[in-house]
Design a protein around this ligand. Structure first.
Ligand code: ARG
Length: 457
């Protein structure tokens, strides 16, 4: 079969080698964008009188027919036509004959493929932003139900100080808000038209790049034709933003997995997001959370893959760039699905409030409370810290807790201690009293939730 670029070739081609060079198996995902880009290009060619109105109209009608066939799943892509661009051009040729050949005037596959990628990613990132917003809404809702749910707060995965579960959820809300900001900040660089850069150097045809950019809804154009066809920063940025986002989801999943375990029993995930074991009848596994944690690896891989592909490339286009697509598609799909699963999983999660609270009552996470109490009674904090440390040690030896020590015993060590200490030692009070800005105090968590609701509106 004759190649669209076959003029200067007379050797016969080998199918398996063609297959190695082809990208149609994956870049067919860009079919819609490729047609869209061609429509804008041909309109520009008419507008600048590079081709006649009639020719332009024939091409437009042909492209619309190809689009219809695409929608109806009637197009059969072939490896012989290498990639999406040559496949679509061949379909157009089948529709309208030789005039199809005028479409590629003043254009190269190099600016064409870059245009397709920009169009694709713009739509996808906008969709991902919507999904982040939905997940943030779920987080705020769950947090609101759990403002006064007390849980152990951890450092080093050791009980540290009791906190509000709502506060914990809102920490993830904040991370997701930053993820959204990063996605939004990526947009102006995705939303830029490379079309008209041609192969690398621009063209002698009197094209109007701003016209085609406007047709495609791009808000700016690349200033430099070499940069236009060889820039993949906008994808790298997306992959890097996605890696950070997935890292956040993965950390959350790790916590969910812990919380579902017999040791924690803090939450129960709905059956929809869990699976059983083929041998152990009792099992309920948090598979979806584990998978999101696992899939974070492939998103990092997609980022490192593209960074590596681009690192040694001389300007401008190199075929290596064909390797930019699968990772991008994979990350888009992974992020979209992970966000949707997370939202569903958190929305339907059951919180074992009593159990969470209980696990803060048989521990020493109120030790700071006692030290703070002594400090407010005039004992220097360092000294108070030392006193409480010793008390903790003797409690461990006696098998009891700070709240179990009788008032008399406290007063023997520090006379300033009064009955009101015991309320201060309860984890509920400990959380409630953390009024410092951004702290876990109920008033602070409420304030945070109010701010979040405002931001989401
Ligand atoms: N399939 C190619 C890619 O994805 C399209 C651009 C080909 N350009 C070229 N000069 N061979 O990168």
């Amino acid at each position: 079969m004759k190649k669209l670029w076959g003029g200067r070739f007379d050797g016969k081609n080998e199918e398996w080698i063609d297959a190695f060079g082809a990208s149609i198996s994956f870049d067919q995902a860009l079919a819609k964008q490729d047609i869209q880009g061609s429509l804008a290009h041909v309109k520009m060619l008419v507008h600048t009188q590079i081709i006649s109105k009639e020719e332009g109209q024939t091409i437009i009608d042909g492209l619309i027919k190809v689009q219809e066939k695409l929608t109806n799943n009637e197009l059969i892509f072939t490896v012989q036509n290498e990639d999406i661009h040559l496949n679509i051009e061949t379909f157009l040729h089948e529709e309208i004959g030789p005039v199809a050949g005028k479409l590629h005037t003043a254009r190269s596959r190099n600016d064409q493929v870059a245009t397709d990628m920009h169009l694709y990613l713009k739509e996808k990132v906008e969709g991902i932003i919507e999904k982040i917003i939905e997940f943030r809404e779920v987080l705020v809702e769950k947090a609101e139900e759990n403002i006064e749910t007390i849980m152990p707060g951890y450092t080093h995965l050791q009980h540290a100080q009791p906190i509000s579960f709502g506060h914990h959820l809102m920490a993830y809300y904040q991370m997701l808000t930053r993820d959204q900001e990063r996605m939004e900040e990526n947009l102006p660089r995705i939303d830029r038209s490379p079309l008209g850069a041609a192969a690398l150097a621009g063209t002698t045809f009197p094209i109007d790049r701003k016209f085609s950019a406007k047709e495609l809804g791009f808000s700016s154009i690349y200033e430099n034709s070499l940069d236009a066809v060889s820039d993949r920063d906008f994808i790298l940025e997306f992959l890097s933003n996605s890696s950070i986002l997935m890292m956040h989801l993965s950390r959350f999943c790790e916590e969910l997995i812990l919380w579902c375990s017999h040791e924690f029993q803090f939450v129960q995930l709905s059956d929809t997001f869990s699976t059983g074991s083929s041998i152990m009848p009792q099992k309920k596994n948090p598979d979806m959370a584990e998978l999101i944690r696992g899939k974070t690896g492939r998103v990092y891989g997609d980022l490192i893959g593209l960074l590596t592909v681009t690192k040694g490339l001389p300007l401008a286009y190199n075929k290596d760039f064909q390797e930019d697509k699968e990772g991008m598609f994979d990350t888009v799909e992974t992020v979209e699905k992970s966000l949707a699963i997370m939202a569903g999983m958190i929305a339907t999660m059951q919180v074992n409030k009593e159990h969470m609270l209980e696990s803060t009552e048989k521990d020493f996470s109120n030790a700071t409370e006692l030290a703070d109490y002594l400090a407010t009674k005039g004992i220097p904090f360092r000294e108070a810290h030392e006193i409480v440390g010793k008390l903790v040690l003797s409690c461990i030896q006696n098998g009891n807790y700070l709240q179990d020590i009788p008032l008399k015993e406290y007063q023997e060590i520090v006379p300033v201690v009064e009955e009101d200490l015991y309320d201060k030692l309860s984890s509920y009070t400990a959380v409630k009293n953390r009024h410092s800005l951004g702290g876990t105090g109920f008033d602070q968590v409420k304030h945070q939730i109010e701010q979040a609701k405002k931001a989401l509106n």
